[in-house]
Ligand binder design. Structure first.
Ligand code: TRP
Length: 516
C-alpha cells in the first residue's frame, strides 16, 4: 500500500478539536502546572499565593500560545503533509523543511521520556486497584517513623528557638499534642507513617529497572495500537471516548475536593490577583509551560492540522483547544491544592514525584479514598495516552508521507525507535542514575533540551515562517472566516509580540540567566 493512501482525515470538526485538545491535555496540565503554581505560590500559600504566576500564564497563553497555535495548524492545513513535507510543499526547495526535521527529532525525544512517566501512571492505577498501598503503609519500619517524628519535632523546636515565627505554626502545631499524652504521640507516629509510605513506595518503584522499562514498553504498546488504527478510526475514535471521560472525572474530583475545608483556600491561592510577588523567572516559566502544555513548537498540531478539511475554521478551533487545555490545568490545581491544604501537608520538595507521593496520603485518608485514588490515576493515565498518541503520529506521518511507508510499518518503526531511545530514560532512575551529561541524567537532559530549547526554537521558526515568509494572500486564504480586525491583531502578535517574547526566553536560558 502506498504511503499517500495511508494519510487520513478527521471525520468531523469536533473530532479534530477533541484530538488536538487530547494532545494538549496531559502530564503538562495535571502534573507540571500544579507543581509550578505550588513552587511560585510560595508553598503553603498562606503568605504568597500563586495568583501572579497564574496571571502570567494566562497572558502567555493569550499573547503567544494561541497565535502560535493558529500559525502551526495553518501550516499543516496548507501543506497537507507531515512537518517536513508541509514546509516543503509551501516553500519548495528551501531550507525551511529543516524546521520539520527538528520537529521530528524533538518528537522522538519528547515521546521517549514522556512515555516513561506515563508508564508510572499505569503502575499507580494497578497499585490502587490491588490496594498495595495498605501493605506498604504497614511495612514502613517503626524506627523510621519514630526517627522522622523526632527529627521534625527537633526542627520545630529549633525554629522556635531561632525566632522563626513563620514556621512555628506549621511545624509545631503538628507535634505539640504528641507531648501531652501517649495516645497523642501514637497518633502522630501513625500520621507520619502515612506520610512516609508513598515516598518509599515511589522510590522502590523507581529503583526497579525491570518495572521502569516494562511499564514504558506497555505504554508504548498501547500508544502504537491506537495510532495503528489511523486518523479517524484510531486517534479520533479514542479521543472521542477518552476526552469526555477525562472531563467528567475531573469535574467529579473537583466537586469532591471543593467540599473539603481546603477547597476555598485553594481557589483563593490560585486566583487572588497578586502582583507583588512576580519575578522574572516566573515569566520565563510561564511561557515555556504555555508551549509545552499546548503541544506547540514541534509540529504535533501541524500534523493534526494537515488532516483538517479546508472549510473548517482554524481560529475558533484554536480558541476551543487552548480554552480546554487551560481549564484542565486550573481544575487540576484546584483538586491538588484543595487536597493538600485540607490536610495541612507541607510538600518540602515539590519535585518529579509529587503527584505520586502526596496524592495517595491525602486521598487514602478520606472516606472512599481508594476509589478516588483509582479515579485520579486513571485520569492522568488517559490524559497521557491522548498526548503520546499525538507525538507518535508526528513521527509516523513523516515515515508515511516522506518515506512511502505503509501506516502499519511507519507506526511500528517509529514506535520501536522511540522505545530504543527511551530505554536510557527509563534507566535514569536506577542503573544509569550516575551517568550524567552536563550534570543531568538522560531523562533530565531530554526534558531540558526538548522543553526549553527545541520547542521555543521551533516556535520562533514557525512564527517567522507564517509571519514573514508566507504572504498575506496565503495566510488569508487559510483564515478566510476570521474577522478582519481579529486577523490584524493575530498578525501583529505573530509578527512582533510572540517572536520577541519567545526569543527573549530562549536568549535568557542560553545565556544562563535563569536555570531550568
Ligand atoms: N501537551 C502535552 C502535555 O501537556 C504534551 C505534549 C504532547 C507535547 N504533544 C506534544 C508537548 C508536542 C510538546 C509538543 O502533557
Amino acid at each position: 500500500m502506498s504511503g499517500k493512501d495511508d494519510r487520513g482525515a478527521w471525520g468531523s470538526r469536533l473530532g479534530f478539536i477533541l484530538a488536538a485538545a487530547g494532545s494538549a491535555v496531559g502530564l503538562g496540565n495535571l502534573w507540571k502546572f500544579p507543581y509550578l503554581t505550588y513552587r511560585f505560590g510560595g508553598g503553603q500559600g498562606e503568605q504568597n499565593g500563586a495568583g501572579g504566576f497564574v496571571l502570567l500564564y494566562l497572558m502567555a497563553i493569550i499573547l503567544v500560545g494561541i497565535p502560535v497555535m493558529i500559525a502551526e495548524i495553518l501550516i499543516g492545513r496548507r501543506g497537507r503533509q507531515n512537518p517536513v513535507g508541509s514546509f516543503e510543499a509551501i516553500r519548495p526547495k528551501t531550507a525551511w523543511k529543516m524546521t520539520g526535521y527538528l520537529g521530528i527529532l524533538t518528537g522522538f525525544i519528547i515521546l521517549s521520556y514522556y512515555a516513561v512517566v506515563a508508564g508510572w501512571t499505569v503502575e499507580y492505577v494497578a497499585k490502587s486497584v490491588t490496594y498495595e498501598f495498605a501493605d506498604y503503609q504497614a511495612q514502613v519500619p517503626d524506627d523510621d517513623v519514630k526517627v522522622a517524628v523526632y527529627n521534625e519535632s527537633v526542627e520545630a523546636g529549633r525554629a522556635i528557638a531561632g525566632g522563626d515565627n513563620t514556621s512555628i505554626e506549621q511545624n509545631w502545631s503538628k507535634y505539640k499534642a504528641s507531648f501531652d499524652s501517649p495516645e497523642a504521640l501514637k497518633a502522630a507516629v501513625e500520621t507520619k507513617r502515612a506520610e512516609l509510605f508513598p515516598v518509599r513506595l515511589f522510590h522502590d518503584f523507581l529503583a526497579s529497572p525491570l518495572k521502569q522499562v516494562g511499564y514504558f514498553f506497555a505504554f508504548m504498546l498501547v500508544t502504537v495500537f491506537v495510532v495503528l488504527g489511523g486518523v479517524s478510526g484510531g486517534i479520533e475514535r479514542a479521543n472521542r471516548v477518552l476526552m469526555p471521560l477525562l472531563l467528567l472525572i475531573l469535574l467529579g474530583l473537583a466537586g469532591r475536593v471543593l467540599t473539603l475545608p481546603g477547597g476555598s483556600k485553594a481557589i483563593s491561592f490560585l486566583f487572588k490577583p497578586d502582583f507583588s510577588h512576580m519575578t522574572f523567572e516566573m515569566v520565563l516559566w510561564a511561557l515555556g509551560q504555555a508551549f509545552f502544555s499546548l503541544s506547540l513548537g514541534m509540529g504535533a498540531l501541524l500534523t493534526y492540522g494537515s488532516y483538517l478539511s479546508k472549510g473548517d475554521s482554524i481560529g475558533s478551533a484554536s480558541l476551543a483547544i487552548a480554552g480546554l487545555d487551560t481549564l484542565v490545568a486550573l481544575m487540576a490545581s484546584v483538586i491538588i491544592f484543595g487536597a493538600i491544604f485540607s490536610f495541612n501537608l507541607v510538600m518540602k520538595d515539590a519535585g518529579v514525584g509529587n503527584l505520586f507521593t502526596a496524592i495517595p496520603v491525602i486521598f487514602l485518608s478520606l472516606p472512599g479514598g481508594q476509589f478516588m485514588v483509582i479515579v485520579f490515576y486513571t485520569l492522568i493515565m488517559l490524559a497521557a495516552l491522548t498526548s503520546t498518541v499525538s507525538l507518535l503520529e508526528v513521527t509516523s506521518s513523516y515515515l508515511i508521507d516522506e518515506r512511502g511507508f505503509s501506516r502499519r510499518w511507519a507506526v511500528l518503526v517509529a514506535g520501536s525507535i522511540t522505545f530504543a531511545v527511551g530505554v536510557p530514560c527509563a534507566l535514569s532512575f536506577n542503573v544509569l542514575s550516575d551517568f550524567t551529561i552536563f550534570g543531568k541524567t538522560v531523562f533530565d537532559l531530554f526534558d531540558f533540551f526538548a522543553t526549553n530549547i527545541a520547542l521555543p526554537f521551533g516556535g520562533i521558526l514557525i512564527l517567522v515562517f507564517v509571519g514573514f515568509v508566507m504572504t498575506d494572500a496565503e495566510r488569508r486564504e487559510e483564515l478566510s472566516d476570521m474577522h478582519p480586525v481579529v486577523y490584524v491583531i493575530w498578525r501583529f502578535l505573530v509578527k512582533y509580540v510572540a517572536p520577541v517574547a519567545v526569543a527573549f526566553v530562549l536568549g535568557a536560558l542560553l545565556l544562563g540567566k535563569v536555570t531550568a
